[in-house]
Structure formats: C-alpha cells, structure tokens
Design a protein. Structure first.
Length: 231
C-alpha cells in the first residue's frame, strides 16, 4: 500500500488518533473500576523529642515529621503579660504557684510539665517542668527573688537576649533537684524556671533504667524559653 496519496495520509492520522483515544479512555475506566488499594501502614509510632508520638503514612509508610517549635501552641497570660510556646504533649497548669520559698512567699505563674513518655524507663521524675513565674515588682529583679539557696549566678546571652541566671541543686533520699532560673530584661519581673527532678541511677538494679537524655530535655526547655516575649 502506498501512502503517497494525501487522503490516505489523513485517514491514517485520524485512525491513529482515534485508536489512542480509545486506549486512554479504556485505561481511565479501568482505573475507576479497579482503583489502586490504599497502602496499609503498620501501627507503630515514633517517639519525638517533645514526648509526642507520630505514626506512618503515605505510599512509602514513612513516619510523619515530628512537631517543631513553630507549630507548638502558644500560651498567653493576658495583657499586660507574656506569650510562650510549648509542646502540645506537655501538661499546662495555669494555677501553678511556686511554694518552695515558704509560707507567704509563693510565686504565681504557669507550669508546663513533661509528658510521662519522657520519663518512663529513665531516672527522670515525671514531675519535671518548666514554669514562667511573675515575681514581686522590684527595682532589682534578681535570681534571689526566685531561689531560696542561690548557689551560682551568671549572665547568659542567648539569641541576642541577655539573661540573669541563677542555679540551685539539692538532694534528698536518693533524689536530685536542680533548679535554674532565667530572668530576661523587661518591664515585668518574670523568670523561666527549669525544675529537673531525677533519681540516683545507682539505686536501681543494673540495666533497670537508663539515664535521662539531659541535652534533649534542656533543648526543649531552651526552645520554650526562647519563644517567650512580653506583650
């Protein structure tokens, strides 16, 4: 057969186009009647540094990304006051009051207690928290207003903010209590308190628990402190 005649060439092009259209239409109908089944991912979860957990999803069943500090919910104390972000896995206590200074010296504030998932299997106490407290309005807002026994003080510059820092550490019956207060500059006397309760790992049978991950915990607390701003 010769395709030199123009009419035959046109008919051939039309035939090929129709054939391609039929094949595409057939494939689309096949996809509708026989859809690709969804991928069933395993129900395992990955523990994130903030104590929350994420599961697997998508066609490759990859773990979802862990929450970042930008996605954390914000706590607002009211005006005039402050705002601070915190992991959603932390327990918020808006009626918190620091009472270790003794009767009549309570310091009001809000606390954010770690989830039990950060303490289970470690020597970290589940009552560990970070709090933001408002001290008495004084001309000298210093760590001694927030700590009963200030063992050391320093000045720390972090993210272009200069903090007054005070530290105290105590022990009782195999328990260790560390408190660090960060006082930022501002028109209200506030402090972020890191309260870390841990147990002497030597009091456990060998291999019963592991030492808690201090850098991870401090990184969480630091991210929260850096998100603080007065409003």
């Amino acid at each position: 057969m010769s395709f030199r005649h123009p009419l035959l060439k046109i008919l051939l092009i039309i035939f090929i186009a129709v054939l391609v259209g039929v094949v595409v239409l057939f494939y689309q109908q096949l996809q509708k009647t026989n859809p690709v089944p969804p991928v069933a991912c395993t129900m395992e979860a990955k523990l994130c540094p903030d104590g929350s957990a994420v599961g697997r999803s998508g066609s490759k069943c990859e773990f979802n990304p862990c929450p970042t500090s930008d996605s954390w919910p914000a706590y607002f104390s009211g005006k005039p006051g402050y705002t601070i972000r915190h992991p959603s896995s932390f327990t918020v206590n808006t009626s918190f009051s620091y009472t270790n200074l003794g009767p009549g010296k309570e310091i009001p504030g809000v606390s954010f207690t770690i989830p039990s998932s950060l303490a289970i299997g470690t020597n970290l106490g589940s009552d560990t928290y970070i709090s933001v407290e408002t001290g008495p309005q004084s001309t000298t807002c210093t760590p001694s207003l927030f700590l009963d026994n200030v063992q050391s003080t320093s000045t720390v510059v972090d993210n272009e903010i200069t903090y007054q820092v005070g530290f105290s550490r105590g022990a009782d019956a195999g328990n260790f209590y560390e408190e660090t207060v960060y006082i930022p500059p501002g028109y209200i006397c506030t402090a972020a308190r890191y309260y870390i309760h841990s147990m002497n790992i030597g009091n456990y049978p060998p291999g019963a628990v592991r030492a808690f991950d201090r850098p991870v915990l401090l990184d969480l607390f630091n991210q929260m402190r850096r998100s603080y701003y007065e409003s």
